[in-house]
Design a binder for this molecule. Structure first.
Ligand code: SF4
Ligand code: SF4
Length: 302
């Protein structure tokens, strides 16, 4: 378990609850081969999280994996340990409704594109689960890559159709972050496709940012990424923001055995230089006085 000689406070933490998943998405940074799971036993994991919470004064926990809901009972017991929680799920195993949990569901495009990336029938399962979700805001996370970016408008229309009274579905757009190094993984077919076909060039990425800006005008209340954030993600500003990314300092990233994961949840092979996560850009936006993107949605913005 992670241990620091002089334990410091962290704004929040993120943990891989499991290395198992019921899907095998084309863009997954966390795919697993067929070897046995390395999960800690339930009680050991929960006790470890409690110790880390007290040691580092952690108030908010992000749950990811793998698919956290393959360990639903452990997730629910774990969420009770922290005032605020964020769950990242693929949405195929139900949408929990727990008062101190904000649920984020990954949707990667309109039905055919989502299923191309995540597997046959996934979109329909998520739609059915969302149809049962009552009185809540579910954050829709969409990781844009070369396969789904051309379908952005269609995607936003399909999210519109999933929304209904009592269920709000704001969309947060991320850009696929490639790895610096790809290793072939037994049982996972998409490694080299991921390396060669999903990442954007900087020119493509800049054009995409422009397209998102246009979509924001067409779908004014849907997309959370604001104009300043989009501007900061542009090739002319990105490297400066990335240089000052403080995600490793403010968030304790933990692997499924509660060891530290650096620099962040994406693991040691991530290509920070092409980061498409919001953190470095949102940090700069906040420094310039803009409120965090999820303020008003998440009780304690991450
Ligand atoms: S649902 Fe998430 S963890 Fe599972 S394969 Fe897809 S991206 Fe990876
Ligand atoms: S991948 Fe992005 S968020 Fe993670 S440490 Fe690198 S720059 Fe920061």
């Amino acid at each position: 378990m992670h241990n620091e000689l002089e334990p410091r406070e962290y704004h929040g933490a993120i943990v891989d609850l499991t290395d198992r998943c019921n899907l095998s998405c084309r863009h997954c940074f966390y795919y697993r081969n067929k070897r046995d799971s390395r999960e800690l036993p339930d009680q050991e994991l929960l006790r470890g999280l409690e110790t880390l919470r007290d040691r580092h004064k952690i108030r908010s926990m992000e749950w990811c994996g793998g698919e956290p809901l393959v360990r639903r009972e452990v997730f629910e017991a774990g969420a009770a340990l922290f005032p605020h929680n964020m769950l990242y799920t693929n949405g195929t195993l139900g949408i929990p409704r727990i008062s101190n949990v904000t649920t984020c569901v990954s949707l990667d495009g309109p039905p055919e594109i989502h299923d191309y990336i995540r597997g046959e029938g996934c979109f329909e399962r998520i739609a059915a689960n969302l149809a049962n979700a009552e009185n809540q805001t579910v954050l829709i996370l969409c990781t844009l890559n070369r396969a789904n970016a051309p379908h952005l408008e269609e995607f936003l229309r399909s999210v519109e159709q999933l929304e209904r009274p009592g269920l709000s579905l704001p969309v947060f757009l991320l850009i696929f972050t490639p790895l610096r190094r790809y290793r072939e993984v037994e049982g996972y077919d998409h490694t080299f496709e991921q390396r060669d076909q999903l990442a954007f060039t900087w020119d493509e990425r800049d054009r995409l940012l422009e397209q998102i800006r246009r979509m924001r005008r067409e779908f004014p209340d849907r997309i959370l990424n604001n104009d300043l954030l989009l501007e900061l993600m542009h090739s002319s500003n990105a490297s400066d923001c990335i240089k000052h990314c403080n995600r490793p300092q403010v968030t304790l990233s933990l692997d499924l055995r509660l060891n530290r994961k650096l620099p962040c949840v994406l693991g040691p092979d991530v290509d920070c230089g092409r980061c498409g996560c919001p953190f470095p850009y949102e940090r700069e936006a906040r420094r310039r006085g803009q409120p965090g993107l999820t303020e008003g949605i998440v009780p304690e913005p991450l």
